[in-house]
Design a protein around this ligand. Structure first.
Ligand code: ADP
Ligand code: MG
Length: 286
């Protein structure tokens, strides 16, 4: 039978919108040594706005942004919504063929018989598209575009740090818990957010399988690890963590299903709250 203390802990958590899928996760949370987190949608709103559009001279006045919008309408990534909001209605005369999502990179398709690529600069590198800018010099998430084998330009987009992100980090630190941020976004954007918040360890440009490897390394070094994320790509890393936590509002179904704990209102400050409920419950139970 489950000791009474656990019901108190699970009840206190659920009143605060923190859903536990088992009482054992309260115990594990009480032992957490490191909280590993995703950036986009976890510590940031995950809602992007297009800031600037830079097209190569030969693409100015072309339909390239309409092509991009059309291709992004096939994606559920938050970047796709930003582009839709910026460009507007989809031009129904644009016909896309061979649409493909390239994990951790972006999208590919054919339009008017030519290859269209929309994603990060890693995608440009993967397809040997030459470009003359230095993406690492821009502290913004970038969406690069190539058409017919030529670099067509890029958009700068930005996201906002969540209102309670700072208190989350401060509280975890005061509990003596280590913090690492892992992201598929550009390294310098990840570093910028980590520096803003005072997160000591951060890694960007990661593919979903790289996130899994990093969490395995951290587990080996530090012990019990909690991972918190929201995206489809976070499901594998949520699964291998001692406590996998999902953002319930923005989160993908796969991640929510795999998670041990779900934060219904997407507020990261619920992480230190859940840990302290775990610690208090443990005191009562033992
Ligand atoms: P994350 O959610 O941590 O950014 P993802 O693996 O979903 O990780 O994406 C990694 C990167 O790939 C994104 O930061 C973005 O640069 C690029 N990307 C993915 N999907 C798209 C898309 N639909 N449009 C443009 N870029 C994309
Ligand atoms: Mg994500």
């Amino acid at each position: 039978s489950i000791p009474l203390g656990y019901f108190g802990g699970i009840g206190a958590a659920s009143k605060n919108g923190i859903l536990f899928k088992g009482s054992n996760f309260l115990d594990s949370l009480a032992e957490i040594k490191e909280v590993v987190m995703d950036k986009t949608g976890t510590m940031t709103e995950g809602v992007f706005d297009v800031q600037e559009v830079h097209l190569q001279p030969e693409f100015e006045g072309s339909k390239i942004l309409e092509f991009v919008n059309s291709l992004e309408s096939k994606s559920t990534h938050p970047i796709a919504t930003a582009i839709k909001n910026h460009v507007g209605e989809i031009d129904s005369e644009i016909i896309l063929e061979n649409v493909e999502e390239i994990a951790g990179h972006g999208l590919k398709a054919h339009v008017d018989g030519k290859e269209l690529l929309v994603g990060n600069f890693k995608l440009m590198d993967k397809f040997d598209i030459p470009y003359s800018i230095d993406p690492s010099s821009i502290v913004h998430t970038l969406v690069a575009i190539a058409y017919g084998g030529k670099f067509a330009g890029y958009l700068t987009i930005s996201d906002k740090i969540k209102a309670d992100a700072q208190t989350t980090i401060d509280r975890l630190k005061s509990m003596g818990i280590g913090i690492t941020m892992l992201s598929g976004d550009k390294n310098n954007v990840v570093k910028f957010v980590a520096d803003e918040l005072g997160i000591p360890n951060s890694f960007g440009d990661l593919l979903p399988e790289d996130k899994v490897e990093k969490v395995k390394e951290i587990k080996a070094q530090k012990g019990t690890v909690a991972f918190i994320g929201d995206g489809v790509n976070d499901a594998p890393v949520v699964a291998i963590s001692d406590v996998g936590i999902a953002m319930g509002g923005l989160g993908s179904d796969a991640t929510i299903e795999t998670a041990d704990v779900v934060i219904q209102d997407d507020r990261p400050s619920k992480i230190p709250m859940a840990i302290s409920i775990g610690k208090k419950t443990k005191k009562i139970v033992w």
